[in-house]
Write a protein that binds this ligand. Structure first.
Ligand code: ZN
Length: 90
């Protein structure tokens, strides 16, 4: 094996299992296919968690907005009643 053919992108530490490995390509972050797949799953579950969190936040926002609308309706109704009592026709 010549020096040229054994050239790699250097020693790296696998992000999944922590093994030191010789990177065969620039973007390689894991030591083997199993770790690569595992990392893919980890990223996917992180994304799903983020989405769930965002969904939860949106739901809370909607609850707050609903309460505000209810309050506004109540204020509007109160105003109507007051004006009616004053004999103002709307
Ligand atoms: Zn690994």
């Amino acid at each position: 094996m010549t020096r040229e053919s054994s050239r790699t992108y250097g020693k790296r530490i696998c992000l999944v299992c922590g093994t030191t490995f010789d990177a065969k390509y620039a973007a390689q972050l894991t030591c083997c296919d199993e770790c690569r797949k595992m990392r893919g799953n980890m990223l996917k579950s992180t994304r799903e968690k983020m989405q769930r969190k965002e969904f939860g936040e949106l739901k809370n926002e909607i609850i707050v907005l609903r309460n505000e609308v209810r309050q506004l309706r109540q204020e509007n109704q109160d105003l109507h009643e007051q004006l009616t009592l004053c004999g103002v026709r709307l």
